[in-house]
Design a protein around this ligand. Structure first.
Ligand code: XMP
Length: 318
């Protein structure tokens, strides 16, 4: 019968036979799937696995450094690439959600392509594709997916896409991926992480993305997510985050009138992201988080809570 340990043993043996002494390139996202794929490939081929982790400047607060550190602690051969400025430049002036997604996707492809070329003689592209991705085959919003979709043997593609594709998790469901990750001793902070979209905070800042708005949203998001963890609500929630709204509203601070930005908090329960209900978080918790955000984050004077379910709303706002 299937167990995570037996899956690891048989997959490692298959990967060894298939890959021999070949080099594999893999893009890490910080999420569960790419992390587990990296761990199992690493067990099979060690330092012949070359991981690339791109900072698009749209990650959560401290996420790039802390995730990079955990990957290194796991012995992975991983290169962190800070490409934030490239992403901000490409996003400058853009307000349309689809154009923003396309711009982010294009910079990602360019950065990943340039980095892949530095790994000489690579033969394979490793991906964390899981079974639901195989069935779905197109990302929910038509936006760039966290895994790089493979379309081999087509001309005009980036060089890395001409590599052969190896997808060790393509027959697994999410819960099985987590169990395999646990058996590979991946830390719980990676295994239990909420889903996070590839375009990151770029699609949670409505309207134009700027470095300043990213910094503000990272602070708001961190207060919300840390609060969920402290109150043992994080694992009750399928996904949570904050949205920077493109409006300002009047407030009062001491005896001064303020005119500052508003944010929305979103927390949903779901099993696969296809449908979702808004979470009935305790009022006391929401009150605490709202106070903390308004007191601690300069530039925000109003907090709202999104009470829309999917459908007809989506989980993300863009
Ligand atoms: P929506 O907003 O369509 O989101 O209800 C459903 C789930 O998909 C995630 N999502 C993405 N994930 N790349 C991703 O890797 C994307 O472009 C993308 N867009 C949405 C979203 O966070 C939610 O979990």
């Amino acid at each position: 019968s299937w167990t995570p340990d037996s899956f690891v043993d048989s997959t490692v043996a298959e990967l060894k036979a298939k890959l021999g002494n070949d080099k594999v390139i893999l893009g890490l996202s910080g999420g569960v799937d790419s992390s587990v794929a990296a761990m199992i490939l690493h067990r099979a081929i060690g330092s012949n696995l070359h991981c690339i982790f791109v900072d698009n400047g749209l990650l959560r607060k401290n996420e790039f450094d802390s995730v990079l550190e955990s990957y290194k602690g796991l012995g992975l051969n991983v290169k962190g690439v800070n490409a934030s400025e490239d992403f901000y430049k490409a996003l400058s002036g853009l307000t349309d959600p689809e154009l923003k997604r396309k711009a982010i996707g294009k910079v990602f492809v360019d950065v990943f392509d340039a980095e892949s070329k530095l790994v000489t003689d690579a033969k394979w592209l490793g991906q964390g594709t899981i079974y639901p991705d195989v069935i779905e085959s197109v990302s929910v919003n038509g936006g760039p997916s966290q895994t790089i979709k493979s379309h081999h043997n087509v001309g005009g593609l980036p060089d890395y896409m001409k590599l052969q594709v190896v997808e060790p998790l393509r027959l697994l469901f999410k819960d099985e991926v987590r169990r395999v990750g646990r058996s590979l001793e991946l830390p719980e902070n990676i295994l239990n992480r909420h889903p996070f979209p590839g375009p990151g905070l770029g699609i949670r800042i409505l309207g134009e993305v700027t470095a300043d708005k990213v910094r503000i949203l990272q602070e708001v998001d961190a207060i919300f997510i840390d609060g969920l963890k402290e109150h043992n609500l994080y694992n009750e929630v399928w996904q949570a985050g904050a949205i920077f709204l493109p409006i300002q509203s009047v407030g009062v601070m001491g005896d001064e009138r303020t005119y500052e930005n508003a944010v929305a908090l979103r927390a949903v329960s779901s099993t696969d992201g296809m449908t979702a209900d808004w979470c009935h978080l305790p009022y006391e918790f929401l009150a605490l988080i709202s106070n903390k955000i308004i007191n601690q984050v300069k530039g925000i004077n109003r907090v709202t809570y999104d009470i829309s379910s999917k459908p007809p709303a989506t989980i993300e706002w863009e």
